[in-house]
Design a protein around this ligand. Structure first.
Ligand code: FES
Length: 464
């Protein structure tokens, strides 16, 4: 193979890797359309002069601009979340990761805004405003806001407000740009909103529907602030993804236990992590590799740990990070829901059932060794919420519970073990047609029962 073709293949592989796919940017502004996301046109920047102008003015500051749709229908702004839309002469903007609203700004002041942001880099703006609000007589302390000119002497007065909800999740629901965003993103957004309501977190976390944020093939995509972590390939069928997103968003804002400082913590859901605000592609990939290394190390440690020291997806032994924010109940409910379609498997209940060692390997080559029971299916292992099996649980959805209706239990089993498996039935063959990344070694995990001759079998997991 020639060097040039290797280089182009390497480049293609790099472009297709989800980790490192977040474009470099430093800040993010949301501007409101005043119309529901389902009615957004394909390219709003071509039809909305304010979005176009704002994007142009702040481009030099590496600021990303998107539409959102939380608008006050009568422009009275009585609703707490309402934003003045681009229909009128004045607009409201939300700025991340600073978590600040610019209220009633005219398009004539967009250039002032750009200059103001340049003078107040990320990390300095909010503390500056907090100080101003506490010290100046012009501050409206009740709403944590202050009225001021962004450029002294400009005559353009705006209200700057500190957003009270400490964290936010932005979900791309831009269906006219990509139907996957509209359908899957819309559904994922609904799950997040329901979860925030059900857990009483409305004062802690804000969910925004936003226009296209890039990366069709990874839809639905989310961005959480203040960490600025991007995730893609989220599943609307499994609220576990939503719990991870909400929890990490809260943790990065210091709301939940296990407080993380912005930019200092490792990303979660690393297989679906796209990248982070403020980092180049190379820096994102470096961080990804570092997290993989840590996971490998943890995997080795877990193999030597006794069962009396369980590991959780969310917490260190003895900690319960969901305790304080109400997500624990939601997580339990989701687990119960996931169990519903799963048929009972009598063999797995026996305490004296013979065991064999099965090794699960993610596409990043992270291995988890499982003490599997003879007779249980790979699906049973995945659906078992035993924390010692959590590395596997995270990787396979098994959505239909073994009814041969989804192919989300797709795994690869290579020689010599493939030949020891029972033959592929017509029904399994039909469903394997839908498996993403099907190979010669593909099988459906719900159709494979563990047998003694499988001792040491490696079950490889596909990327998605
Ligand atoms: S779990 Fe759906 S086909 Fe196997």
């Amino acid at each position: 193979m020639s060097t040039s073709s290797s280089t182009s293949q390497d480049k293609k592989a790099e472009e297709e890797q989800i980790q490192g796919s977040t474009p470099p940017y430093n800040r993010h502004i949301l501007i409101c359309t005043g119309v529901p996301s389902k009615d957004w046109v394909k390219k709003p920047e071509l039809s909305d002069p304010y979005l176009n102008l704002l994007s142009t003015e702040v481009r030099g500051q590496e600021v990303k601009v998107n539409f959102t749709n939380i608008a006050s229908s009568d422009l009275s702004q009585t609703a707490k979340d309402a934003l003045l839309p681009t229909k009128g002469p004045r607009h409201d903007l939300v700025l991340f990761p600073d978590n600040i609203k610019f209220k009633g700004i005219r398009s004539e002041a967009f250039r002032d805004l750009s200059r103001y942001l340049a003078q107040h880099p990320v990390g300095t703006l909010r503390p500056t405003l907090e100080k101003l609000i506490s010290e100046t007589g012009s501050a409206d302390e009740e709403s944590s806001s202050v009225r001021m000119e962004l450029v002294p002497g400009s005559g353009e007065v705006v209200t700057i407000e500190l957003v009270q909800e400490p964290s936010a999740v932005l979900v791309c629901t831009h269906g006219s740009r990509d139907c996957r965003c509209g359908d899957r993103g819309g559904e994922f957004c609904r799950i997040l909103k329901d979860m925030v309501q059900a857990t009483g977190l409305t004062n802690s976390i804000k969910i925004y529907e936003v226009s296209h944020i890039g990366g069709h093939k990874w839809a639905p995509n989310t961005i959480m602030y203040p960490s600025g972590d991007w995730h893609g390939n989220l599943s609307e069928l499994d609220s576990v993804d939503a719990q991870h997103i909400l929890f990490d968003s809260l943790a990065s804002a210091g709301v939940a236990a296990g407080v993380r400082e912005r930019g200092a913590a490792d990303p979660v859901m690393i297989d679906k992590w796209r990248g982070r605000i403020g980092l180049s592609r190379e820096e994102q990939q470096k961080l990804y590799q570092a997290v993989l290394e840590k996971q490998k190390q943890k995997s080795i440690e877990a193999a030597t740990r006794t069962q009396s020291e369980p590991q959780s997806l969310f917490s260190a032994p003895g900690e319960d990070l969901y305790q304080e924010d109400g997500l624990k109940e939601q997580r339990t409910a989701a687990s119960e829901e996931a169990k519903k379609p799963e048929p009972k498997h009598p063999v797995t209940a026996g305490v004296d059932t013979p065991r064999v060692k099965i090794i699960f390997e993610t596409f990043q080559k992270v291995q988890t060794e499982i003490d599997a029971k003879v007779g249980e299916r790979i699906l049973d292992i995945v659906k078992d919420k035993d924390p010692s099996r959590s590395g596997v649980y995270q990787a396979l959805e098994c959505t239909c519970g073994g009814q041969l209706e989804c192919a989300t239990c797709h795994v690869y089993i290579e020689s010599p073990f493939y030949a020891r498996l029972p033959g592929v039935t017509d029904a399994e063959e039909d469903m394997l047609e839908y498996a993403v990344g099907r190979k010669e070694s593909s099988r459906l995990g719900c159709q494979i029962k563990i047998q003694p001759e499988m001792e040491g079998m490696v079950v490889k997991l596909p990327q998605y």
